[in-house]
Design a protein around this ligand. Structure first.
Ligand code: NAD
Length: 265
């Protein structure tokens, strides 16, 4: 397969979008799309202000692209189910844009909340099994299903990333297991552009954290070699007595997995 050179990133003005942009500058030609204006384009970059729900805009944005990295998200799915259904619809529009415009690769930003009802060791052992902990997690499972569908039916190659806790540094006890550093985020997402082992995969996105109960069995296969370890910050994080993340096996999704997280009545 010829190398991926041109990449459309949705949600490019967000935290992960800005991280990928900085890491990939000069190595990929990037089309950076968001509903809010991304930082002005530099060399090898284009910016587009558009909504992922706009089919014509997305087909136009996907033209000439080898790959799409779909990060755009409405973080407020908890506020109203309608927002979750709209997010699922927008994700479908982006997958369809890939098909229609002929982009060959897709990287889908899923979430640990797609498997959030399972304990972490169970989630890492069961791979793609959906155990969503919330409407947000259900949106991510729907995106993973769309990826599988477009792989099977339309020949796409897709990598779904069940991203853990993406932040500059770990700040709470849970992060010592679930942290995904900016550098490892960029390394993991790039596997979706470069790996040739699998046509479809769902993988968890964590750094090489000492406290991981196990490593994702597909990391090796797709060539993901995480380099950061949350343990380096452990001494800076205060542990509340009885925190189940110290030595228990709480649901991976933590507070998202609580009974009333997004139930209103
Ligand atoms: N940050 C994390 O810890 C984490 C963890 C798990 C999964 N994820 C997933 O990774 C992805 C990126 O996360 P992030 O932290 O960068 O989020 P973010 O909120 O910082 O950025 C999301 C971006 O998407 C844009 N956006 C929202 N709706 C859009 C639409 N309809 N069309 C175009 N752009 C739209 C927003 O303007 C924003 O810039 C998301 O899909 C998120 O669910 C993130």
């Amino acid at each position: 397969m010829t190398a991926i050179k041109r990449v459309l990133i949705t949600g490019a003005a967000g935290a992960i979008g800005r991280t990928l942009r900085a890491a990939w500058r000069g190595r990929y030609a990037m089309r950076l799309l968001d509903v809010v204006p991304p930082e002005p384009a530099g060399a090898g970059e284009e910016t587009i202000v558009a909504d992922c729900a706009d089919q014509q805009a997305m087909i136009a944005a996907a033209q000439g692209m080898d790959a799409i990295v779909h990060l755009a998200v409405d973080p407020k799915t908890r506020a109203a189910p309608e927002r979750a259904w709209a997010l699922i619809g927008a994700t479908w529009t982006v997958f369809e844009a890939a098909r229609i415009a002929g982009a060959r690769r897709f990287v889908f930003a899923s979430s640990n909340h797609a498997g959030g009802m399972a304990a972490m060791d169970e989630a890492l052992a069961s791979g793609v099994t959906p155990r969503p902990d919330s409407l947000y997690g259900i949106c991510k499972v729907a995106g993973e299903a769309m990826a599988r569908h477009h792989v099977d039916k339309h020949g796409l190659t897709a990598l779904c990333l069940r991203i853990g806790s993406f932040k500059p540094v770990p700040v709470q006890i849970r992060d010592l297991k679930t942290w995904l550093s900016p550098g490892d985020m960029a390394r993991l997402a790039e596997c979706g552009l470069t790996q040739n082992a699998l046509r479809f995969a769902v993988v968890y996105g964590f750094s090489n954290n000492t406290r991981l109960p196990r490593r994702d069995p597909l990391w090796e296969t797709i060539g993901y070699r995480p380099q950061d370890d949350a343990e380096r910050f452990a001494a800076t994080i205060a542990a509340a007595p009885g925190d189940p993340w110290i030595d228990g096996k709480p649901p991976l999704g933590a507070w998202f997995a609580e009974r009333d997280w997004d139930v209103k009545a």
